[in-house]
Structure formats: C-alpha cells, structure tokens
Design a protein around this ligand. Structure first.
Ligand SMILES: Nc1nc2c(ncn2[C@@H]2O[C@H](COP(=O)(O)OP(=O)(O)OP(=O)(O)O)[C@@H](O)[C@H]2O)c(=O)[nH]1
Ligand SMILES: [Mg+2]
Length: 518
C-alpha cells in the first residue's frame, strides 16, 4: 500500500458498513469550498455555518437520496486540516452505500483509502505520528489496557516521556560537544562531570522506558489465565467451576482433555481468556503429545499461571517442561482423598515456584482435611517472626465455604510470609481467590506504565542496545570522536521513536491497520 496519494476530494463511511444502524456518518474531505457541493444540497450551502448541525435533504441527479444532518468543519480548523463535511444519514447499509456511490459517480470525489483522512491530518501536521499510533491503538484495541494506551498517545502523556528522553539526549550531546570544543574554557574536571551527569540522567530514563517494554505485550493485551497440571489434577473441574457451567468434560479417565479449551471471562473492566489445557504427562500418543505441546506454549505466553496438583500425587510430580515456570498460584486438589498426614509446605518444596499456594477440592467430595498439615516448611516458611507452626489446620467443614458445584476451599497459604499455624480464611472459595489474584496482578502491571505499541517497543529495545554500547565506551574513556559518532546513532533511533523521522514503511504499516473512513 502506498500512501503518497493525490489530494483529490475523498468520501467514505466513517461508521462502518457491516450492519444496519440508526445513523451512519459519511465524511467528505478535501473539497475546495462549500460551493463544490451545491448540487447535493438545495439549501444555501455556501452560507453553511461552521460546526453547526443542519437538517436538509441530500440530492443526487435532482432526486432526494436521504434526509440528513450535515456539519461543516472548515480547514484548517478541522480534524485533518482540510474542509470536511460530515453527513449523518440513516444507517441502513444499502442507503449509505448508495450515497457514497453517488458522490463517486458525480466525479467530484473518489473513495478514500484506509486511514486516508488521518494520513492527511499527519501530512497537515494536525496530528503527530505518536497520536496517529494512538488512534490506531484506540480503534483496534482488544483490551482496556490498549485503549488506555491509545488515549495516552493521543493526549500526549506517553509522548511526554519520549520528549524527556529527547531533551536528556540533547543535554548529553551538548556535553559531548563541550568536551570536544570547549574543554580548555570549561576545564577538564568540570567538562567530564557534565558528561557523566548527563549520561547518568539519560541512563535512568532509558532504564525506565526499558522497564515499560519488558512485560510481554501479548500477555497484557490478550491476557490468558492458564490452568495446567497432570492428568486428573482437576483442571477441567476448576475451569467449569469458574464458568459455573459444565463447559469442559470432566472424567476420571486421565487425559480427558486432549486439546486446550478456552472461554472468556470478564473481571472488573477487563476480559481474560480462561484456558483449560491437556494434562501434562509423558506420552507416546501423537495427538496427546501435540495437545501437551500446545498447553506448554500457552503457559509460556500466559498472563496468569495456575498449577493444579493432586495433593496425593506430589511425589510423582515430574513433568520437566514446566519445572522452571514461575506460577501465580499452585492449588492442591483432592484433599478429600488424603490417606496419610502430609505437610503442604513440604509438598510445595517439590514443585515449581509460585506466588500463592492454596488447598482446595475442585469437586464435591468428603474431605480428610484433618490429615493435612500446613507447616512447618523449611526455607519457604521462614516468615518474619520465625514462629513454629506445626499444628494441623482446622477441619475443613468448620472453616471453608462451599463454592459453586460444592467445591471446598481451605484457604490461602502464603509460604513466604506465613509463620503461625495457617488459619484458613472462612467465607471464601477458590474461584473468588483466583479471580481476586488475577485482577490484582493485572492492576499491578497496568500501574507500571507498560508500553504496548510494537513499533515503540522495538525502538526502545534498539535505543537500549545502542545506549549500552555508548555507555560502555564512556565508562572506558574511549576516544571522544567514537563517542560522538555513536551518539549520532542514538540520536537517529530516538528521532525514529518520536516520529520525527517516519520512513514510508512505518506509515504503511500503521495505516494498513486503519479502517476506511478514519
Ligand atoms: N475427590 C476429588 N475428586 C476430584 C477433585 N477435583 C476433580 N476431581 C475428580 O477428578 C477427576 C478428574 O478431574 P478433571 O477435572 O477431569 O481433571 P483434569 O485435570 O481436567 O484431567 P485431564 O483432562 O485428564 O488432564 C474427575 O472425576 C473429577 O470429578 C477433588 O478435589 N477431589
Ligand atoms: Mg481436563
């Protein structure tokens, strides 16, 4: 797609043509004056007041096409700097198409390309590249985080961080120039101090930007809550419990779920994809193996990772592909089938790392929770006070609550912080604990100012890399000529990030995402 287009007047529907709606908005842009439109409106069109809605008929070849409301935005005080007329017509798809075809058939307008209204706004300096990218994010976002990012770009919040980067770079550049040209006037010590100070300021800005891109954008934009575990651990049971529906097949045949199953859940203002996966085990069955491979991939990319473990089978836990995964939650299931006294804390030490540990049945069965001992647990349980906590937990029935479908929940266990006997939290069930943890992790990541636009992420990574070499050379007191030439590479990258330099492929990439009429 090539966006170096002509400047002919263009027309498009800005509200989409995929289904009938009450109102559809057609936009005309780039016409020389209102007089240009006189054959379409029998009112005194050239006297039309700016930014004021006017009800009138729309004509083509002397025939009324529709009753419409028109609003005129005179360039350069318009969205893209050109004369724009917005026509609110009846939103029947056929009606809107007929109107657009009439404008094109008149020979006075051509159909706009994707994003062409906005492209003209960029050319006419009504929007910066960052704002255009913000619009792109806003129009194509599939998560509330991406919507927020779009707004941050549009209103310049993110751009402010980039400006700070650019200003800090310029300070460094002048410190380098001073070092080359005016060292004798300023003095060696002063000049080197200036250089070091400006490098360290720039370094902290780049570090903070780098932090903002270090979180996987996939996991933030389409966050998956992934349930994994060995066959029969109770993944599908928990999946159904969360959905309050028998969506996934539950059976005592190990390997029931062969491929992953997904459903969307709304928590707060965010939507998460809940994923039930194939039980992890070594297998010679090719199809099951493929299902397991997919499960592990989903886990790697997942936003919130939950490991379910049958509390009776921890010693057998051996699935190597996930042993280095850091889980958000480990849930010990099948508590009701306990036959021997076990220590949850001891069991945890045989499993991958996790932030939270829970004990909960995932199906309604009798329990043997008096056999479950929470603590002491060695290194994982060294809390601040170091108190001994070897007591068995309270019997399940007295402290837990039946969740949907009769699930029993024994309470959260926080090995790192727990010092006394675990007091299971009454009145909670595992589903609400899980959802609470998912939401709070998402809120935490959201508050860390992540940058999600992929072009920005790539540029920030490039800047970090170039800067690290540059920094190395400064620290090693390399030749100031080399430092100066490296700083120019850095400058180029920063300019690209800010959008001062926007190669055609960048523009094409952005605008190819836009819908027609924007
Ligand atoms: N006693 C008891 N049974 C449970 C518990 N959770 C699940 N089950 C039962 O264990 C069996 C396996 O449960 P699923 O939910 O199908 O297990 P899964 O992890 O999805 O298993 P695969 O799909 O084979 O990987 C079913 O018969 C469940 O009813 C629990 O906490 N206690
Ligand atoms: Mg299953």
């Amino acid at each position: 797609m090539n966006y170096i287009t002509d400047d002919l007047p263009i027309v498009a529907c800005s509200t989409g043509l995929s289904e009938n709606t009450a109102i559809g908005i057609i936009r005309l842009s780039g016409f020389p004056s209102l007089d240009y439109l006189k054959d379409f409106f029998k009112i005194n069109i050239s006297e039309l007041e700016e930014r004021k809605a006017t009800f009138c008929n729309l004509y083509f070849n002397e025939i009324v096409l529709d009753e419409v409301v028109i609003t005129f935005f005179k360039g350069p005080r318009s969205y893209n700097g050109e004369n724009i007329l917005e026509i609110s017509a009846h939103g029947n798809i056929f009606n809107l198409k007929r109107i657009i075809e009439s404008f094109v058939a008149s020979g006075l307008f051509r159909l706009a390309s994707q994003g062409e209204f906005t492209y003209r706004a960029l050319l006419n300096k009504k929007l910066t590249l960052a704002q255009v990218e913000g619009l792109d994010a806003l129009l194509n976002a599939s998560s509330s985080l991406m919507l927020d990012q779009g707004l941050d770009l549009l209103n310049g919040k993110l751009y402010k961080r980039y400006k700070e980067l650019s200003a800090s770079y310029l300070k460094l550049k002048s410190a380098i120039e001073m070092n080359i040209d005016f060292m004798e006037d300023v003095g060696e010590e002063e000049s080197e101090k200036l250089l070091k100070d400006s490098v360290s300021k720039l370094s902290s800005i780049i570090e903070s930007l780098n932090k903002s891109v270090s979180i996987s954008s996939k996991s933030l934009m389409s966050p998956d809550v992934v349930l994994v575990g060995e066959p029969n651990a109770g993944k599908s049971s928990l999946f159904n419990l969360i959905l309050n529906d028998s969506r996934s097949i539950v059976s005592d045949i190990a390997g029931t779920t062969r491929d992953f199953i997904t459903e969307y859940i709304s928590l707060g203002t965010n939507t998460f994809r809940l994923v039930d996966t194939a039980g992890l085990r070594e297998t010679t069955d090719v199809i099951e193996e493929e299902g397991i491979k997919r499960s592990v991939n989903l886990l790697d990319e997942g936003f919130f990772k939950v490991l379910l473990v049958n509390v009776n089978e921890v010693d057998d836990f051996k699935f190597s592909a996930i042993k280095d995964t850091s889980f958000d939650m480990i849930i010990f299931t099948h508590v009701d089938q306990l036959t021997n006294k076990v220590s949850v804390n001891e069991l945890s030490s045989k499993l991958p790392q996790a932030t939270h540990y829970y004990v909960s049945n995932t199906s309604s069965k009798n329990n043997n929770s008096e056999l479950l001992e929470v603590g002491p647990m060695g290194p994982l349980n060294n809390g601040p006070t170091g108190a001994d906590n070897s007591g068995p937990i309270e019997p399940l029935s007295s402290v837990s609550e039946s969740g949907p479908m009769g699930a029993k929940f024994l309470g959260p266990i926080e090995p790192q912080s727990q010092t006394g006997p675990i007091e299971p939290v009454a009145g909670l069930c595992i589903v609400s604990e899980l959802t609470k943890n998912v939401v709070s992790k998402y809120q935490l990541l959201k508050s860390s100012d992540p940058i999600l636009i992929s072009r920005h992420r790539i540029k920030i990574e490039e800047i970090t890399q170039v800067f690290s070499e540059f920094h190395h050379n400064i620290n090693n007191l390399s030749d100031i000529g080399i430092i100066s030439s490296e700083s120019r590479i850095l400058e180029g990258k920063i300019s690209e990030l800010i959008g001062v330099v926007s190669p055609d492929d960048v523009l094409n990439n952005i605008f190819s995402n836009f819908c027609i009429g924007k």
